[in-house]
Design a protein around this ligand. Structure first.
Ligand code: GLU
Length: 279
């Protein structure tokens, strides 16, 4: 019996130049694909933060590292109507509700609450818009009030039933998406969110092994739930450890981690970068 080929992906957001941490993730995904497929996906749903020059640099830097990937590259910004259709399906199932709260509204509500449970992304949404009268919500939408869409977490979990996944680094995991509360699945300024677009595209592109850094481990709880609600297959997962600097801090844009192009300009070869990124 021949096993189906492994398909992995590297899914950067073009919000800056790639640094060594990205190189680690890209090389990890490409090598895990072995003889199978390696897919590059541009996660550019946030048009305020993404720039064409950063996207062009992604192709250039990855080619310089010696990587090749399938064509055509899926650019999420070109598929916003797909995500809107997926969300419309979730709305018909009533697993989703509109939320008109601003960040300030949410902070105020939390400050007044007796208890404010926290999740992986900070304090959980206090549920202000959850029971909003439907007619009123429709009126506000018709009047052009900006709104996000949130998942009714308890009902979604009940509909989904028990969820697990297998992580190559940590073994069998039980998904507990409730740790995120009523998570946003479509942002106010766009008809999707990272979670929804990622899950949809992983399935559409036939990804069998999702590899990404440990910093995204918690997101998999939500991804498993969305996969079940949308009837999508469950890939295998491998959350790899992150590259840290001399002080043990993870490489990040914010901390001015050296970019691949800066390393190249400083005379490093692709082989040097492979060694640094896979250490
Ligand atoms: N676009 C995400 C990032 O750049 C990666 C998402 C993923 O691998 O699931 O952090």
């Amino acid at each position: 019996m021949t096993l189906p080929p492994v398909t992995t992906r590297f899914a950067p957001s073009p919000t800056g130049y790639l640094h060594l941490g990205h190189a680690r993730a890209a090389l990890f995904a490409a090598t895990q694909a072995k003889e199978g497929r390696f897919v590059l996906r541009i996660e550019d749903i946030d048009q305020n933060r993404c720039r064409p020059e950063f996207e062009a640099a992604i192709y250039e830097d990855l080619s310089w590292l010696g990587l090749t990937w399938e064509q055509p590259v899926r650019r999420q910004s070109a598929h916003m109507s797909d995500y809107a259709n997926v969300i419309a399906g979730l709305r018909r199932q009533e697993w989703v509700y509109p939320c008109f709260c601003t960040r300030t509204d949410i902070q105020r509500e939390i400050a007044q609450a007796v208890s404010a449970p926290h999740g992986p992304d900070g304090p959980l949404y206090p549920g202000t818009c959850r029971e909003l009268d439907e007619g009123l919500a429709r009126e506000r939408i018709a009047a052009g009030d900006p709104y996000a869409l949130r998942l009714r977490m308890d009902e979604a979990i009940e509909a989904a039933g028990p969820l697990t996944w297998t992580d190559a680094a940590r073994g069998k995991q039980t998904a507990t998406p409730d740790i995120f509360g009523d998570v946003v699945i479509a942002r106010k300024d766009m008809p999707t969110s990272y979670h929804l677009a990622c899950v949809w595209d992983d399935a559409l592109q036939g990804i069998t092994l999702v590899t990404r850094g440990e910093d995204l481990f918690a997101a998999t709880h939500i991804h498993r739930l969305l996969q079940r609600l949308l009837g999508l297959p469950t890939p295998q997962y491998h959350h790899h450890d992150l590259l840290v600097d001399a002080e043990g801090k993870k490489f990040s844009k914010r901390d001015h981690a050296p970019t691949l192009r800066a390393l190249r300009e400083a005379g490093k070869t692709p082989e040097d970068v492979w060694l640094m990124a896979t250490a």
